[in-house]
Design a protein around this ligand. Structure first.
Ligand code: SF4
Ligand code: SF4
Ligand code: SF4
Length: 320
């Protein structure tokens, strides 16, 4: 059974729009006066890393979930990894599950002509121009040159603007920890590939090579090659190549992305959109502020006039 918020193809809707606005206004209100306008600090594709998930190869074994949990020292799950009833509900990453695999019945036929589900692993997309970074007022979220979107718990004040801003609804919060709760999300296993020269744990364990780690530019080439070589097998779309300005985590699929719960998102980076929104909101806000100021001055002058002696005051002090 699919849980309610994820039953339909989610387009950027009113709620998402309001979220964008809320994040934009919130960050504008608390930003220092000398804050710079948002500008992309995205590392070039040729330098930054990412992962390509080929959804047609995923068999739903959940080995990636287990490896992720272990490398991030998360508590063991309530249901063992081989308990397939977990697929009865569509899940989102949370504070105890940085990545999750979901099952979708899309009407796909396997090589024997039998109906077969699709499995989709989800985690932080490591956006090229991340909305979470733009919304974070303390610099706790940063985009690293490696391609990873990095979270620094020591700078986090728990405002959770990153959670509001993320178009993929990814960052989770440790609500169950009253002392020093943190935002939890995929790290891209940045330490693994920058320090230990190893791919992310989930990519390493995947038995079907559904996840490929590499430079984003190389992954895009690889994805395009697979699409060209097997046009009948793949939908001609690389999800993440352009969505929200691009993401480090890319996907290719044999079924339309709409059928497996991928958001239809604009190509413009969301920080750019929220900034435009902030500017528009504030330019419109100026009019009531100016009006309020003029009215205050008028009222103040009138009240002063009322208490001061006037040439139009009669001898008994009564007004004419
Ligand atoms: S998916 Fe969300 S949390 Fe991850 S980088 Fe993009 S905006 Fe940030
Ligand atoms: S890259 Fe690392 S943190 Fe992210 S989902 Fe894979 S194993 Fe987990
Ligand atoms: S390890 Fe690979 S095949 Fe198994 S669920 Fe994860 S992505 Fe799919």
């Amino acid at each position: 059974m699919i849980s309610k918020p994820y039953t339909a193809v989610r387009q950027i809707n009113r709620r998402a729009f309001m979220k964008l606005g809320a994040a934009g206004v919130a960050s504008s209100l608390v930003r220092p006066k000398n804050a710079q306008a948002w500008e992309s600090k995205a590392p070039p594709d040729t330098e930054s890393f990412g992962c390509l998930t080929d959804i047609s190869r995923c068999i739903g074994c959940r080995k990636c979930e287990k490896a992720c949990s272990e490398i991030n020292k998360l508590p063991p799950p309530m249901q063992p990894y081989d308990d397939l009833t977990v697929f009865d509900q569509t899940r989102r990453p949370d504070a105890e599950h940085i990545t999750v695999v979901n099952r979708y019945h899309t009407g796909r036929l396997d090589e024997n002509g039998k109906l077969a589900p699709n499995y989709v692993k989800i985690q932080c997309m490591h956006c090229v121009d991340p909305a979470c970074v733009s919304a974070c007022i303390t610099g706790a979220m940063t985009k690293s040159d490696s391609g990873a979107v990095h979270y620094d718990a020591s700078k986090c004040i728990g405002c959770r603007y990153c959670m509001v801003a993320c178009p993929f609804e990814i960052p989770a919060y440790e609500y169950h920890k009253p002392l020093m709760p943190q935002v939890i999300k995929c790290t891209l296993c940045e330490a693994e590939f920058t320090r230990n020269n190893r791919p992310p744990a989930c990519a390493t364990v995947c038995p079907t090579e559904a996840i490929t780690f590499g430079k984003r530019s190389t992954l895009l080439e690889l994805a395009k090659k697979r699409l060209q070589k097997n046009p009948a097998q793949y939908v001609q779309h690389i999800y993440g190549e352009k969505e929200v300005g691009g993401t480090a985590w890319l996907y290719i699929s044999s079924v339309p992305f709409a059928k497996i719960n991928f958001l239809k998102l604009p190509h413009k980076p969301l920080p750019k959109l929220s900034e435009t929104l902030q500017h528009s909101l504030f330019s419109y806000l100026w009019s009531p502020i100016v009006l309020f100021t003029i009215l205050s001055v008028v009222l103040f002058k009138r009240s002063k006039k009322d208490v001061l002696p006037s040439s139009n005051t009669s001898e008994d002090g009564g007004k004419i």
